[in-house]
Design a binder for this molecule. Structure first.
Ligand code: DGY
Length: 322
């Protein structure tokens, strides 16, 4: 029986099938798995089922000559050195598709919250500020209209398209940019610059790769329409957080909705946390019970296929199968 290390207890049902076919060693926590423990526990394993919080780099892989397969319970694989796995012919499973609608729901929620200042209003009330001298007036908690505004979608993959469908229901004009141009009905394909110049709301939906790291740098942020709103539910490394914080403090940008950050968990001194016009969430784009169970099942089935010597149903580096 192959030994498989699983870096977190998993929801869903398919993990039991993996348990029948392999010798499972599940890390029970609490908290995030320390890198040294990951290295130790993996020393004798042929298989790994990991989370996006586990860094699987070339150094770790070099210490694991016996490793045969990796399955991540995530669609993004930027926490893993995919090239190093591929060079060794090790298949990498991931979980595309099942989190599309759930992540788009969160992106749209952050956009609405940032536009209508829901987080500010919530804090205002809880802090006891709503009183006779601080109550309804014509400019009390005024925000920005989402209905009828222009949304620019950076990355017209499945999640970008799901975001566009929601926007169409709100009567928004939808612009889209993709690294390899693609025609998507209902989305006007424009250049990256045009999207930034024209959009009232910009939502990021590209994967983090060498090409997209720092895509929204200070220069790109400076191109954004004055008073616009940025939403990021993709990956932190795509947006320059310092430049974004400056643009939000100066009022060049109206607000931001951020679910992902350069460093996660976010250090307390991250400037975005100090700004009232930023609504934040702790990387919960796919966090519904149903979606997490589906992701876990997909991760377990990828590992099960690899343990049986079959091709993974959802493989991020299918070239390993020749
Ligand atoms: C993923 O799977 O890559 C998502 O970021 C999880 O929310």
């Amino acid at each position: 029986m192959k030994k498989v290390f699983v870096t977190h207890q998993l929801p869903g049902e398919k993990i039991h099938l993996l348990g029948q076919a392999c010798e499972l060693n599940v890390w029970m926590g609490p908290g995030l798995l320390p890198p040294a423990t990951l290295r130790e526990e993996l020393a004798a394993a042929q298989g790994l089922v990991c989370m996006l919080t586990d860094r699987i780099d070339a150094d770790l892989l070099a210490a694991l000559p016996q490793l045969e397969f990796v399955s991540s319970m995530s669609v993004g694989v930027d926490h893993i050195d995919v090239a190093a796995l591929t060079a060794r012919g090790i298949p990498l499973g991931h979980t595309p598709g099942v989190l599309v609608e759930t992540t788009a729901d969160l992106a749209f929620s952050l956009m609405l919250a940032a536009a209508r200042r829901i987080h500010e209003a919530d804090r205002f009330m809880r802090d006891g500020h709503w009183g006779a001298n601080n109550a309804w007036s014509p400019d009390f908690f005024t925000g920005k209209d989402v209905y009828g505004a222009t949304l620019g979608i950076i990355g017209m993959g499945e999640i970008g398209q799901a975001m566009a469908r929601r926007a169409q229901g709100f009567g928004m004009e939808v612009l889209g940019w993709n690294r390899s141009p693609r025609d998507v009905p209902g989305i006007a394909s424009v250049s990256f610059e045009e999207l930034l110049l024209r959009s009232d709301f910009v939502s990021v939906h590209v994967a983090l790769t060498d090409e997209t790291r720092g895509l929204l740098d200070a220069e790109a942020i400076a191109l954004m329409k004055p008073g616009s709103v940025l939403v990021n539910t993709a990956r932190g490394g795509i947006v320059d957080e310092q430049a974004l914080a400056r643009a939000l403090s100066s009022g060049d940008l109206y607000a931001a909705g951020m679910d992902v950050f350069d460093t996660e968990p976010v250090p307390a001194d991250n400037p975005l946390l100090q700004l009232p016009n930023v609504v934040v969430a702790p990387h919960i784009g796919s966090a519904t019970q149903m979606t997490r169970a589906r992701m876990a099942d997909m991760a377990a089935l990828n590992a099960l296929a690899a343990a049986r010597g079959e091709a993974m149903p959802q493989c991020a580096n299918p070239e390993v199968y020749g």
